[in-house]
Write a protein that binds this ligand. Structure first.
Ligand SMILES: [Mg+2]
Length: 360
């Protein structure tokens, strides 16, 4: 049986960290990303606070006017001025795809949970020791390339991996071996179990349950009485039982392609072939980053100076994967456009696009 090793990567104070990275003048100041505080009158909540702001008691989901108040109080007693940033920056999406294409290079099967979180299927590692080594290297590369830090949790289920990634932040790495799962879970507050929100927490408090250990004292019948149809899965979760698989988001991505519009329409086959060569390298790069190995279909799009657009495709009996192979197939599709039969009016080319499909 394949070993179940699951990772959960969570970027540290993501939005605030991206802001700090991109705006050096924020360094050392409490930064709060969220809705507009409107001088203490604002509605809405904090989306992310950096660690400096967390020292003032400001965290995600706190009402923004409360955050403003805490900042004012701290400033009056000599603290730093807080910086409020109204979220909505495009930079977050960019930073996120930067981070997760690095993750993808290390782990073929990942499941994105949000803009700054993903589950990793580490079943291909032979042991937890090997998975930990991989996580150390992955963290290093993310930090070097994006100047952002993340925290990784590793265990034998999605649920425990997620709790583990929240255990020691920022820039942490926590591995919970299967034999230690129970010991790790028992002292934690019941709210640490993913899926136990404010409402379920209240029900637990009414039962006198504060920790996961307390909850373990209840039978699944009792939990079903208290929580209805969720009772049984809660019973499993407080024991660290979570069979959910890491379902990869990569299958959703069905094609990878690039196109280029020439600065001046052209009939120069050398020029077009050179551009195509560049696109092919970029495509193959992305194929790897997305965790694919090979593909079977190549699609060429050509748009002429009069905007007529022609698409030609080729589906191969067996998959290909190298630059040379893709160059050969694309050239085969391209050549007719430079011959009388394929381009009788000898029209100049305005745009060229290459795409690969049927990815594996
Ligand atoms: Mg995060």
């Amino acid at each position: 049986m394949e070993k179940r090793i699951v990772g959960h990567v969570d970027m540290d104070a993501f939005f605030a960290s991206v802001e700090e990275r991109d705006k050096p003048y924020l360094k050392g100041l409490p930064v709060i990303v969220g809705s507009d505080p409107k001088g203490g009158m604002g509605r809405g909540v904090v989306s992310t606070a950096n660690y400096k702001a967390r020292e003032l008691g400001i965290g995600s989901a706190l009402p923004i006017r409360k955050a403003w108040e805490l900042c004012e109080n701290s400033r009056k007693t000599g603290g730093d001025r807080c910086v409020f940033i109204t979220s909505g920056s495009r930079g977050y999406g960019l930073a996120s795809s930067e981070v997760f294409s690095i993750v993808h290079k290390w782990v073929p099967n990942i499941s994105r949970a949000s803009i700054d979180e993903a589950y990793l299927d580490l079943g291909f590692c032979k042991s937890f020791k090997e998975a930990k080594k991989l996580a150390v290297e992955l963290k290093k590369e993310i930090k070097n390339k994006t100047k952002l830090t993340c925290t990784i949790g590793i265990s034998n289920s999605r649920m425990v991996a997620k709790i583990a990634s929240g255990y020691k932040k920022p820039d942490g790495l926590t591995v919970i071996l299967p034999r230690n799962v129970d010991k790790f879970l028992r002292p934690l507050p019941i709210r640490s179990v993913p899926g136990i929100g404010e409402k379920n927490e209240k029900i637990f408090h009414r039962l006198g349950v504060k920790t996961i250990d307390d909850a373990q004292q209840y039978s699944w019948e009792e939990l079903q009485n208290a929580f209805g149809k969720h009772g049984f899965s809660i019973w499993e979760h407080v024991r660290g039982i979570d069979e959910r698989k890491v379902e990869s988001s990569r299958e959703k991505r069905k094609s990878i392609g690039k196109h280029h519009t020439f600065a001046k329409d052209t009939n120069d086959i050398k020029k077009v072939a050179k551009t195509m060569g560049k696109q092919i390298r970029l495509i193959l790069n992305e194929v790897r980053t997305q965790g694919f190995k090979e593909f079977r279909t190549v699609v060429l799009t050509v748009r002429f100076d009069d905007f007529t657009t022609v698409t030609r495709s080729l589906t191969l009996p067996s998959a290909i994967s190298t630059i040379t192979q893709l160059e050969l197939k694309s050239t085969k599709l391209l050549l007719p456009f430079f011959e009388t039969a394929g381009n009788p009016a000898n029209k100049a080319i305005r745009l060229i696009g290459i795409r690969v499909e049927k990815l594996n």
